[in-house]
Design a binder for this molecule. Sequence first.
Ligand code: CUA
Length: 187
Amino acid sequence: MATETDHSLGEAVAARIERRWATLSIVIVGVLVGMAAYIGIHQATMPQGRVETADPKTLHLSGEFLESNLGSELAADGSVTVRAIGQQYSFTPQCIVVPAETPITFRATSADVVHGFLIEGTNINTMLVPGYITDLPVRFKAPGDHVMPCQEFCGIGHQGMWGRVKVVDKSTFRDMAAAKRRLTCVD
Ligand code: CUA
């Protein structure tokens, strides 16, 4: 039979359990905020407010994504920027060449509809959205060939939309870059 003492004892136990769960949820929120702060600072990811735009109708006329500016560019500090466009139903350049063990930034956009940008054998998997620039820091560990299929349904020719990524060693890339301003491995 429940007594007055049993009753207040039950309340004390309930209060203790409630406090425990409240502490746990505060800890979980703290860990998530900490993770977001760490990723933001460590990988220098930008909040969604810093969105870069590019007008898909004028890509070929002016600006960063002019055809003569597409491909891989070696900067003075040794880093590489790759600029590319996706359009129904190909990538430009069709074959991207990059050095291994080098900080690389992919900058890409779409000239028409949403396309996928996936490099097989890596964790690179994003989208090319018309009107917006996809900016992605990447590092390849070793030389090798990767296929780059469009992984977003973009129309009747979608299944034929493939590119290639060729990772070469650093010195080979540097030799190639000495001879040309923008590099590709398109035959
Ligand atoms: Cu482009 Cu699917």
